[in-house]
Structures are given as structure tokens and as C-alpha cells.
Design a protein around this ligand. Structure first.
Ligand code: SF4
Length: 498
């Protein structure tokens, strides 16, 4: 059985529904600069007397980095659920009149990660589903299931993506509440999932027993409740962090307050890559700060592999705090030698072939005044396929860098992620087949050092046994059907290294 059994053919999926519009072919310029892509941010709120749609909008705004393809909000007022969603950034999908039409006291919201292509709209969340009892539910999730084929068979072969399958499974029982349906259904879901789901009266949030993707609970000053992928989304709406949704826990929020049930014993395997790259630096989790963790990664890099250099520069954004840590530990100056074009993202303008060949230049520009004639330590979060790092080094040399010493705040990414991060296939991962010296030669750096796994883990508040490290080690905490077959794929083509 293939690891990812989701349908690939957009034609096999339903098109836009009544009143919904098809979109022109669009292009994600960010896709031309490689890198891991986040897969979704989720938000939920239960608060009488508050404008829950607008608060959800701001929550999604804070989670925009977790997905730029599509955004959506579902609101309920005790009687009915209304959903508004579309492709685009949060501020493109919603305006004041759209938010004003979403009236109620509970809501969920979702931002979706970037992919190009016409199937974008139908993957937008929240997903609305009529239930067997004649009501409705709306669901949004972050993560990836690895047993979708098995789940689809339970539904008489109804083909669907993770979201559609989860919504259909939760909606099929006639005689139970949504809370009970979650407790019955969640143990059948295999993979990573942090889910917000609501019916007309109640908000629920649940998280897989490994807690791979984050999900946190906050309290509003007037007494309402908020759940979100990251603390930044709690902060922006004025909610105070209470605790994480525990792995294997479902919480239910209604007029009676918040209550908790377990559907599985916790067996934590928190995503290590959230600390390296995915989460915002102002995110706090399990007593740790992402910003401080990244500073610590940089300090550790400087201890593991010092080098004679003139200046430390980050590859924005995830490399910034680590570069500051490296510079402090090494006693070197720190400067922004690369400027990020903050507005690269989704565009409806088709780039020409020559524009595509600009690659990373669409995203980053070197500052000649800082780079020219200097021996640089360049701090980045990861190397995926290697092409971006290669272009980056070439670009720095073009503006006169004397030396380029690459320092990476994670070990080599050598295995794909099946739990919700779109990195690359194994055959595309440069770290899967080449050793560090061969990768250095490929990217053209004067030296290259990856942070050790031990150094990375020591920078987080977690013990190794409570972390997923699969993309670095190949040790998958949740068995992935078909992973052995994936290992037999064609290896990375490194003919131009030799
Ligand atoms: S494989 Fe890597 S990116 Fe995926 S959940 Fe595990 S640590 Fe995170």
C-alpha cells in the first residue's frame, strides 16, 4: 500500500459548488525557492459577546506563515454554521463585509500551505459536512494521516483527502454527540493530526496520541476560550496561554466551560523541525521559547565548528536568531547581509521561463556593502534539495564574498516527512545520499557544518524520546505503510558533483 493514498488527479475531485467560483490558473512564486513548506495552521474560539469572526481572522493572520495557499473561517450561532473560504492569503480572502456576514459565538479558522494548481480551492478548509442526524459540522486540521486508504474503505470506498475522510467519519453516527464521535473515531486515525471541529453549539479540539503537530489552549480576559497552533495566535487576540491540548486528548468547549476526555494514552513524539524552522520565533511550547532555542542552536554551532571569519549573516527568517547566537558565541559581528523580499508569495501573474531561472533571487537579495570582501559565516535552518543553498552561495560570491562558510541549524534532512510537512521525496533530498563533504562541494561553500542531533535536541526543552526526529534519522515514531518501498527509490542525481 502506498504511504500517501490521497488522490492526485484534480479531475477526480468535485469542482466548485453552487455560488462558488473557479479560479484562474495561479502560480506560487515561493515554490521557485525551495524549502520545507508548512502544512496548515488552525484556530478555534468560543466566546459569547465577542466578534468571533474578526478574532479568528486575526488569529489566522498570526498563523499565516503556516500556510499561504488558502484560508477559511466557519462560524456558528447555536443554530447554523456558515463557512467562508477561498484561495489566497488571509487578508485576500476576507474583507470587512465578509467578516460581518459571519455572525455567532463560536468559530474555527484554517490557513493552508502552498501548492500550485487548480485543485487549490477544493482543499481549502474548514470542511463543512452534513451529519447523519441532520445537523452539520465544520473541521480544519494540521498534519497528515498515513492510513487514508483503510479509512476510505470504511466509508465504502468514498475517496477523499484527510479532511474529507475525518469529517465523513465524524458525521456518520446517528445516535451520538460530536464529542462521542471523536472519542470513537480518533483511535482509528493513524498519523499526525491537530484538529479543530465544531457543530452548531460546541467547539472541540483534539490531537493525535504522539502530539506531532502543536495545539494550544488560551483563555480570553472576559472568559472565552481559544485554541490555536501557536501561541502567537493566542497573543494577537489577547488570550492567555493555559496549556497544550495533550497528545491523545479531546477538549470540548460550550456554555458549561471546557472539559477534557482521553481517547488514547499519550505517547509524545513532538516534531523537532517545529523548533528549527516551522514555528514563529515568538512561539512558546512546553516551557520553552523557540527564539531562545534557535539562539542556543547558533551558539552550539559556533562551539561545534568555529571558523576564522569576519561577519555572521542569517538566511532570513528562520536563520536569524541562530545567527545572532552564533555571532555572540564566536565574538563576531552580526549583520543582515541578505534581505528577504517579504512580498514573494502567491501571484496570479505567470512568471516567464527567464524569471523562473532567477530562482532564489526572487526571494533574497544580498547587501553588497556587507558582503563584499568579507569572510562570511552564513547561518540557515536546513538544506533540502541543495539547489537553493547552491544558488545562495553563488549569489554571495557574485557580490564579492571572500569566503562562504555555511552553518546549518539541523542535521542533514535525509528522509521525507509523512506527518504534514511538505519537504521533498527521498530521491530529491540531497542529504539522503551524499555525505557532508559532497554536499559542500555541490553547494560550492568553503566549509559546511550541520548541527549535531544531540546539539539540536539540547537546544529544545525536550528529551530525545519525546521528539520525532524522523526526517533526520529515519526513525518514524508512527509506522508509515510503504516506507520500505520508498527507500528503494532512485537516489539523488549527483553527477554534477563529481
Ligand atoms: S519527520 Fe521531521 S518534519 Fe516531520 S514530524 Fe518528524 S521531525 Fe517534524
Amino acid at each position: 500500500m502506498a504511504a500517501d493514498e490521497r488522490p492526485r488527479d484534480p479531475a477526480a475531485r468535485p469542482g466548485p459548488g453552487p455560488g462558488e467560483h473557479a479560479l484562474p490558473a495561479d502560480v506560487d512564486l515561493a515554490a521557485y525557492a525551495e524549502g520545507p513548506r508548512e502544512e496548515c495552521g488552525v484556530f478555534g474560539i468560543y466566546a459569547h459577546g465577542e466578534d468571533v469572526a474578526t478574532l479568528t481572522y486575526f488569529g489566522l493572520y498570526a498563523l499565516q506563515h503556516r500556510g499561504q495557499e488558502a484560508a477559511g473561517i466557519a462560524v456558528a450561532d447555536g443554530q447554523r454554521i456558515v463557512v467562508h473560504k477561498d484561495v489566497g492569503l488571509v487578508n485576500q480572502v476576507f474583507n470587512e463585509s465578509a467578516l460581518a456576514s459571519l455572525d455567532g459565538h463560536l468559530a474555527i479558522g484554517h490557513t493552508r500551505y502552498s501548492t500550485a494548481g487548480a485543485s487549490a480551492w477544493i482543499n481549502a478548509q474548514p470542511r463543512y459536512q452534513e451529519t447523519a442526524t441532520g445537523g452539520g459540522l465544520a473541521l480544519g486540521h494540521n498534519g497528515n494521516l498515513v492510513n487514508t486508504g483503510e479509512l476510505a474503505r470504511q466509508l465504502d470506498g468514498v475517496v477523499g483527502n484527510d479532511t474529507e475522510l475525518m469529517a465523513a467519519l465524524l458525521a456518520r453516527d446517528v445516535d451520538v454527540s460530536l464529542e462521542e464521535a471523536i472519542v470513537r473515531t480518533a483511535p482509528q486515525l493513524v498519523g499526525a493530526y491537530s484538529v479543530v471541529v465544531m457543530d452548531e453549539q460546541r467547539l472541540h479540539a483534539f490531537r493525535d496520541p504522539q502530539g506531532v503537530r502543536p495545539l494550544q489552549i488560551g483563555r480570553l480576559p472576559a472568559g472565552g476560550w481559544v485554541v490555536a497552533s501557536e501561541t502567537a495566535a493566542l497573543d494577537i487576540v489577547g488570550a492567555v496561554y493555559v496549556r497544550d491540548v495533550a497528545p491523545g486528548e479531546v477538549i470540548t468547549i460550550d456554555d458549561g466551560g471546557l472539559r477534557s476526555r482521553r481517547f488514547a494514552p499519550p505517547d509524545p513524539s513532538f516534531c523537532l523541525f517545529e523548533w528549527v524552522y516551522l514555528a514563529r520565533p515568538d512561539h512558546r511550547q512546553d516551557g520553552g521559547s523557540v527564539l531562545f532555542a534557535r539562539r542556543s542552536m547558533g551558539r552550539q554551532l559556533a562551539r561545534e565548528k568555529p571558523v576564522d571569519a569576519d561577519i555572521v549573516i542569517p538566511v532570513p527568517e528562520a536563520g536569524r536568531d541562530a545567527a545572532a547566537g552564533y555571532a555572540a558565541e564566536a565574538g563576531l559581528p552580526f549583520a543582515d547581509g541578505l534581505v528577504k523580499n517579504r512580498y514573494v508569495g502567491r501571484t496570479f501573474i505567470q512568471p516567464t521561463q527567464s524569471l523562473r531561472q532567477l530562482g532564489i533571487k526572487l526571494k533574497l537579495s544580498p547587501v553588497r556593502e556587507i558582503v563584499e570582501g568579507r569572510r562570511l559565516v552564513v547561518v540557515d535552518d536546513s538544506i533540502v534539495r541543495g539547489n537553493t543553498s547552491r544558488q545562495l552561495v553563488a549569489m554571495l560570491r557574485e557580490v564579492g564574498a571572500a569566503e562562504v562558510h555555511l552553518r546549518i541549524t539541523s542535521p542533514p534532512v535525509a528522509h521525507p516527512c509523512y506527518y504534514g510537512i511538505d519537504m521533498a521525496t527521498r530521491a530529491e533530498l540531497i542529504g539522503a545520499d551524499l555525505d557532508v563533504e559532497a554536499i559542500r562541494a555541490f553547494v560550492g561553500a568553503d566549509s559546511l557544518h550541520y548541527l549535531s542531533l544531540e546539539g539540536l535536541i539540547a537546544s529544545t526543552p525536550h528529551q530525545r524520546e519525546k521528539l520525532c526526529t524522523a526526517c533526520f534519522t529515519g526513525q518514524y515514531p508512527i509506522p508509515v505503510p510503504g516506507e520500505r518501498e520508498q527507500l528503494a527509490q532512485v537516489a539523488f542525481d549527483f553527477t554534477d558533483v563529481r
